[in-house]
Ligand binder design. Structure first.
Ligand SMILES: [Zn+2]
Length: 71
C-alpha cells in the first residue's frame, strides 16, 4: 500500500512514467491532486530537497555550497 507522504492519502493512482523512467503517482485527494514519485532521480524534484534548496537560496547561500551539503 502506497501513501502520499505529504497528505497521508491512501487513494493513489499510477499516472504514467517520467522521462527518467520512474513511475509517477497521482494523489486522488480532491483538495490535493499532486503528483509525486517514490524514488527521485532528479533530486531537485524531490519536495524535501526542493524546500531545503529554496530556503538556503533565500538566505543567500551559493548553489554550489548547497550542493555540497546535500551530498
Ligand atoms: Zn495528496
Amino acid at each position: 500500500m502506497i501513501t502520499y507522504p505529504h497528505c497521508q492519502n491512501k487513494h493513489i493512482n499510477k499516472n504514467g512514467k517520467k522521462s527518467t523512467g520512474t513511475q509517477n503517482y497521482l494523489c486522488r485527494n480532491s483538495t490535493c491532486g499532486k503528483q509525486f514519485q517514490l524514488v527521485y532521480k532528479n533530486q531537485g524534484a524531490n519536495p524535501v530537497v526542493k524546500n531545503y534548496v529554496q530556503k538556503a537560496l533565500a538566505r543567500n547561500c551559493g548553489i554550489q555550497d548547497i550542493k555540497i551539503f546535500l551530498m
